[in-house]
Design a protein around this ligand. Structure first.
Ligand SMILES: [Zn+2]
Length: 294
């Protein structure tokens, strides 16, 4: 009898331990996003102001879950306050709207530096000579549960959305890419037909971007995307959200693939651009492994 009681008590304790995190999260999500947090999204992320109320509600819940589950760490004296947390979470969670996906399940920690940060880089050439160098980075995405960001560039990308340089969208696109098992420019898409179409469209536009980059031709897509399929996916994600009108006009099939994947149309949040020569420049940040689309 005693053994039975202990078994029942142990089972109840295990069940409570299993259910507790979900119960706590549910409790958080039942509360509305505080007005002060909405005000930060409103002030720092211009496109948020133009999103439909239903999408804003979705974004609020995603942001609440992100803030509840992810740890923020300030580096090199960077203070972590609500403005930092909301500005990062608000942009990162835009990639999850309408997709019924989990909130970056592999991500545990967001490290934030005040500005571009230096990291050592080791390169080995064909002769086996090892060169140690230090490189300025704006952001990095790691497969071990970390994203590293420069706060200066996070804020600039959010407030100057239309410039199309957005380190948060870029690094969190790498996180989505890695959820499929490897960083190769193909996130989890589901069925084979979608992978086939994705591969055809992205391979062609990737090849075109490599030519543009080689001859320094202006492009909607940052030339940094020509460095690998993984970087192409991240750069095209930035363009899809920040320059959707240009991307839909100049890369219609690519736009449709991204529309099908991200399940939002960012053209609804921003007016068509006035026609003037666009200025594109390369960003420098942490790279991902090279690969091929599957
Ligand atoms: Zn990248």
């Amino acid at each position: 009898m005693e053994a039975l009681i202990w078994t029942a008590v142990t089972a109840a304790a295990l069940f409570a331990a299993w259910r507790l995190p979900a119960w706590r999260l549910g409790k958080v999500l039942r509360q509305p996003l505080p007005q002060a947090h909405c005000d930060i999204l409103q002030a720092n992320i211009p496109v948020y102001r133009h999103m439909a109320p239903e999408l804003k509600q979705q974004l609020h819940r995603l942001v609440q879950q992100f803030l509840y589950q992810k740890k923020f760490v300030g580096c090199a004296g960077q203070e972590i306050d609500d403005e930092v947390r909301l500005t990062i979470a608000g942009q990162a969670c835009m990639l999850l709207l309408n997709r019924h996906s989990r909130v970056y399940p592999g991500l545990e920690t967001v490290l934030v530096y005040p500005s571009a940060f230096m990291v050592p880089r080791k390169q080995v050439d064909e002769a086996g000579v090892v060169t140690e160098a230090r490189q300025d980075l704006l952001g990095e995405s790691w497969g071990d549960g970390r994203v590293v960001l420069s706060w200066d560039h996070v804020l600039h990308g959010a407030r100057h959305w239309n410039e199309g340089q957005n380190v948060v969208l870029h690094e969190f696109a790498h996180q989505l890419d890695s959820e499929s098992g490897s960083n190769n420019g193909a996130p989890w898409l589901g069925d084979r037909a979608r992978y086939r179409r994705w591969s055809e469209v992205l391979s062609r536009d990737f090849a075109n971007l490599r030519v543009d980059a080689l001859y320094r031709q202006q492009s909607v897509l940052d030339h940094y995307g020509a460095s690998s399929p993984a970087e192409f996916f991240a750069v095209a994600t930035e363009a899809f959200f920040a320059k959707p009108w240009d991307m839909a006009e100049r890369h219609p099939q690519l736009f449709e693939e991204f529309h099908g994947y991200y399940r939002v149309d960012p053209r609804e949040w921003q007016a068509p651009p006035e026609r003037e020569p666009a200025h594109y420049h390369g960003d420098v940040h942490g790279g991902q492994g090279y690969g091929q689309w599957q």
